[in-house]
Design a protein around this ligand. Structure first.
Ligand code: DGL
Length: 268
C-alpha cells in the first residue's frame, strides 16, 4: 500500500464544525509534513440534536462526495457523534482507510482514583449503544455518569470566531455531572466531543482542582501516523478548510483556521 500512495494525497479530517481541530492540533505535532483537508459540515451543525438516521445519511453522503473529489489517503471522522453512529456504515461504503473518534472511557477508567468518571458529550453521543459497550468493556466496577452539553459546542464555535462566551455555560456543564447522585466523587471527565478540548481551560476552571480531563485526540493522531507509516508526504498547496455552507461564520473563523495551518477556505 505504501508505494501506491500519491505523496500529495491529503489526510481528510471531518467534523460538523471546528471540533476536529482538536484532533488536527495533535496530528500536526506527529505528522507536520502531511497535507490536510479539514472538512466542517457547518450546514449540518450541530449533529448532537439530530437523529441517528439524519447523521448517518449526512456523514456517509458527504464523505462519499469528498473522497471522490479529493482522493484522500485516509479519512478521520474527528467527531464522536458521527463516529459512534456512522463509523461502521462509512467503513463499509468507502474504500479508503477510516479512523474514528471514540469516547476515551478506557484511559479514563485507568486514571480515576475515586472510581467515578464523568462523560460530557452531545445528546446523540451519550445515548449510543457504542458508549454502553465501551462502558461495559472498559469501566467495569466504575461509575460512569453521562451528561449532554450541547452549549459547549456553540461555545467552542464562538470562541474560535473570537466572540465572548458567558462563563455560566461551563459552570452549567460541570453542574450537569456533579449534581447527579454520586457526582461529587467525579475526579476524571471524558471529553467525548471533539469540540470540548477547545474549551478545556474554561472547563478546568469550572470544575476546579482535582478533576482531570481525558480525550482521544493524541491517540487518534498516533493511529493515523501508524496507518500512514512509510508513506511519503508532499504539500503542493497550502492546506484547505472545506465548509458545506457559505456564510459569515466560516469567514469569521479564518484567523483561527490559520493558526492550525489551514490557509485556504473553500465551499463544497
Ligand atoms: N464535534 C462533534 C462531536 O465530537 C459534535 C458537535 C455537534 O455537531 O453537535 O461529537
Amino acid at each position: 500500500m505504501s508505494q501506491a500512495v500519491d505523496p500529495s494525497a491529503p489526510i481528510l479530517l471531518f467534523d460538523s464544525g471546528v471540533g476536529g481541530l482538536s484532533v488536527l492540533a495533535e496530528l500536526r505535532k506527529q505528522l507536520p509534513q502531511a497535507p490536510v483537508i479539514y472538512a466542517a459540515d457547518n450546514a449540518g451543525l450541530p449533529y448532537g440534536d439530530k437523529t441517528e438516521a439524519q447523521i448517518a445519511a449526512r456523514v456517509s453522503g458527504l464523505l462519499g462526495r469528498m473522497t471522490e473529489r479529493f482522493h484522500p489517503r485516509l479519512v478521520c471522522i474527528a467527531c464522536n457523534t458521527a463516529s459512534t453512529i456512522a463509523l461502521g456504515m462509512v467503513r463499509e461504503v468507502l474504500e479508503v482507510p477510516i479512523v474514528g473518534t471514540v469516547p476515551a472511557i478506557k484511559p479514563a477508567a485507568a486514571m480515576t482514583r475515586t472510581g467515578t468518571i464523568g462523560l460530557l458529550g452531545t445528546e446523540a453521543t451519550i445515548r449510543q449503544g457504542y458508549v454502553d459497550r465501551l462502558e461495559h468493556e472498559f469501566a467495569q466496577g466504575k461509575r460512569l455518569l453521562r451528561a449532554a452539553a450541547p452549549a459547549l459546542v456553540a461555545a467552542a464555535e464562538a470562541r474560535l470566531r473570537g466572540e465572548p462566551v458567558d462563563p455560566q455555560v461551563y459552570a452549567a456543564a460541570a453542574d450537569a455531572l456533579r449534581m447527579q447522585p454520586g457526582g461529587e466523587a467525579i475526579d476524571t471527565v471524558v471529553l467525548a466531543c471533539t469540540h470540548f478540548p477547545l474549551v478545556e481551560p474554561e472547563l478546568a476552571q469550572a470544575f476546579g482542582p482535582g478533576v482531570r480531563f481525558v480525550h482521544g485526540a493524541e491517540g487518534i493522531a498516533r493511529r493515523i501516523a501508524f496507518l500512514t507509516q512509510g508513506q511519503e508526504f508532499q504539500r503542493l498547496r497550502p492546506d484547505l478548510a472545506l465548509f458545506t455552507r457559505d456564510g459569515e461564520e466560516s469567514a469569521r473563523l479564518a484567523d483561527s483556521l490559520k493558526t492550525y495551518g489551514l490557509l485556504r477556505i473553500e465551499i463544497l
